[in-house]
Design a protein around this ligand. Sequence first.
Ligand SMILES: Nc1ncnc2c1ncn2[C@@H]1O[C@H](COP(=O)(O)OP(=O)(O)OP(=O)(O)O)[C@@H](O)[C@H]1O
Ligand SMILES: O=P(O)(O)OC[C@H]1O[C@H](OP(=O)(O)OP(=O)(O)O)[C@H](O)[C@@H]1O
Ligand SMILES: O=C(O)c1cccnc1
Ligand SMILES: [Mg+2]
Length: 556
Amino acid sequence: MSDRETRCNAGGQFMDRGRMNQNGVVQPLLTDLYQITMAYAYWKSGKTDDHSVFDLFFRSNPFHGEFTIFAGLDECLRFLESFHYSESDIEYLRRTLPEGTENEFFDYLGDLTAKDVTLHAIDEGTVAFPRVPIIKVEGPLIIAQLLETTLLTLVNYASLMATNAARYRMVAGKHVNLLEFGLRRAQGPDGGLSASKYSYTGGFDGTSNVLAGKLFNIPVKGTHAHAYITSFSGIEELKARLLKHKLTGVTGDLLELAIKYRQKLSTVLNVSMEESSEGELAAMVSYAIAFPDGFMALVDTYDVKRSGLLNFCAVALALNDLGYQAVGIRIDSGDLAYLSCLARETFERVAERFKVQWFNKLTIVASNDINEETILSLNEQGHKIDCFGIGTHLVTCQRQPALGCVYKLVEINGQPRIKLSQDVEKVTMPGHKNAYRLYSSDGHALIDLLQKVSETPPEVGQKVLCRHPFQESKRAYVIPSRVEPLYKIYWQNGKITQKLPTLELVREKVQKSLKTLRNDHKRTLNPTPYKVSVSDNLYNFIHDLWLQNAPIGELS
Ligand SMILES: Nc1ncnc2c1ncn2[C@@H]1O[C@H](COP(=O)(O)OP(=O)(O)OP(=O)(O)O)[C@@H](O)[C@H]1O
Ligand SMILES: O=P(O)(O)OC[C@H]1O[C@H](OP(=O)(O)OP(=O)(O)O)[C@H](O)[C@@H]1O
Ligand SMILES: O=C(O)c1cccnc1
Ligand SMILES: [Mg+2]
């Protein structure tokens, strides 16, 4: 059994490499069968070592937006590092490929690694745009081809998720906490883990997913479910009601104190005690005893106004008598704008009436089918929510469930390759290219420029002609104030060649990179497209090759 298999089987799905964890499901057989059948045919036809260049790019931005956050590079590099068919992989392939597949091919596969491949990429966490390759893979045709599906699966969802999360962060603003609550609704366990990881990358503050917390060192956060409240039907069920004072250690009766405050509060808040739920009170008292320093309660099980807030404030005031400060509430149904304002007013009134200043700072968490539009609408209406717990729409990427990154051969043995299509958008940009981001004097990204690798890079202060790749009349001169070469070599000679950033640093990079984008590219409604251009030289090269390759029809 290989090293990989031992670790996967013994340690569960993830392998601890001392850095970020690698998903054990990511292995050479996590691919489409056609990669392996092509590999055999390449091998048979003597093409294994043809020097190839593949571009990995997407054709349009997700969510009707004009930017995409590139994520997943770290996992791609770990995949290259561990790329090796185990004995049982080879054994499986022998059984699976057609009879007559030559034995020597399997021996060849058994020795295959990614050491002869060079991978160029833009930095993980950077904003990226359609048609500009985010990864370029260069090396022997057979291995470069075999990497296609796995690299795509590692980049597509990661980038989609990070982009989605970044969009939620943009609409929610800097000061609101965003928690990912999506595991139960995600596309399976692996989708759930990736969602937690990449929503953190995109700008969320934490996740409810405990395994993601352990594996990726993401803050884990949460409240409790309605079941906790409904599991109590009255105060007589309370087995524990005593709590020691935080400072003096003197035991107090939390239930008795809460009942006393509940009575007073019913007048202050003008709600009747009879209408409120005693089961809910009992549940809150018991939860507060379990977590006196972290008391956070769900207040919408019966009625936020008539029951939840009254019971919460009663327990929080009782805790205060015993030297503790409650944390806050979660609202999971109803009109979140109205209820959050009501809760905040209630806390302010209680703070004043009972002289407990910290009540003003209680946290209000809102959840329940929240998406980008809900947050925008809540912002318009005015709300007092400090934290959104977001699940389904975030992790399933409701507005667009897939990013369409593709992996295309653009050069072989120094010869450019072009894939033609009736649809201009789908014509590939041939040849090995470099990409530069050109910035204006105010620090904003102006345009991305693709060139042939043989061309001299654009220079600061020098006028450069930037052309639309397919529309002849669209071109502009740009005098950049800064030129950023977008690619770095991340993998070469069998090694990762850059110091890889931690997840935390990638998360910071996302926000920094987004800052370089003008607001009109980032707005939700009808954002301005960011320009992606080619050099004059590349333009002519593409169009000459296009003409050479497009068959000439005959009319009769
Ligand atoms: N003030 C608001 N403005 C816009 N959308 C809101 C507002 N308050 C809540 N929402 C959203 O409206 C939807 C309400 O959903 P729904 O009617 O299914 O829930 P509910 O009846 O309040 O609660 P539940 O069915 O979970 O008990 C949710 O998607 C929620 O995020
Ligand atoms: O709404 P989301 O964005 O997916 O956020 C996560 C949801 O998960 C929980 O609901 P639960 O599974 O208890 O179901 P319910 O609230 O829909 O009844 C929680 O109370 C949130 O409502
Ligand atoms: O901790 C929570 O409040 C939570 C976690 C997952 C789903 N819904 C809510
Ligand atoms: Mg819900």
